[in-house]
Design a protein around this ligand. Sequence first.
Ligand SMILES: [Zn+2]
Length: 335
Amino acid sequence: MIGEIYYSRKFLQHKPENYHPENPGRLWVLMSAIRELMLDDRILEPTPVDENFVKKIHNPAYVEFVKRAIREGRRYLDPDTYISPGTWDAALMALGASRLSALAALRYGGLNMALVRPPGHHAGKRGKAMGAPTLGFCIFNNMAAAVLALREEGIKKILVIDFDAHHGNGTQEIFWYDPDVIHIDLHERDIYPWTGYETEIGGGLAKGSKVNIPMPHYSNDADYIFAWNEIVLAVVENVNPKIILLSAGFDGFKGDGLTTLKLTEKFFSYAGASLRKYSIAFIFEGGYDVGLKKGFPAFVKGYEEIEVNDNGQPSYETLKVVEEIKDILSPWWSF
Ligand SMILES: [Zn+2]
């Protein structure tokens, strides 16, 4: 069942001066897929969060820094991450939409979506996270807004899955010491932001709550589906969550442009179908080209109806990394 879809034209007002892969056109592609899927009637205008809410996620000095930079008319926070006059409203609306999609998942079940920009999973407490060189196109952490929304409703254990092709270093940093945020992150290894290795498992009492799956370069559907079955679904079954919060990025699609991954509709349909029995809050992250055109509708259709088989032989490198992850995490999870 498809639940609510949060989208606002305000998201289009965060826009670059010159060409940039993270641009408003990305949402036009998603919205035309929504129309083709005949889900237009599910679209709702979100309400933005206020500044105090943002300061529950990020260090107040970082929030003030972003606000001032936008007011002063600066064009970039760093070489990757632009800002524009509409960025502040778009970013607060993106947090609001993410929060509402989590609440909708809790109240009504099904697949609820926050189709937002700017993206968020690289934004850490003080901006750049875990030594990353830049914010990676992100301003505030939308996933953290979804986590806070569930917390405010009294949900203690929260499960996050991030299948964007890049590591969700901001989300990981924000919840590093929180044992009740289980964060499973599947991404290409040794690319931006150069974190998300299998040995990163959380700090202090939260050890074991962060599950990183750094996939080899050129991984394909068979590799991803194998890792998904062996690690992602295994941990999900251990946790048995009411709701799954999903950082959904489609930049692992073959030819999307920013990574070497070779995923197709098959992986994204499979991922959707395998999560059908859970309520989901889907928060849009990356995906810049063909991944949006093909990967996004494949995921939604997978969740709704399609059955996908998981045949296919993973590579030796994939088998090896999956075994290593199981070894490292076996004190906390049964695989
Ligand atoms: Zn990405």
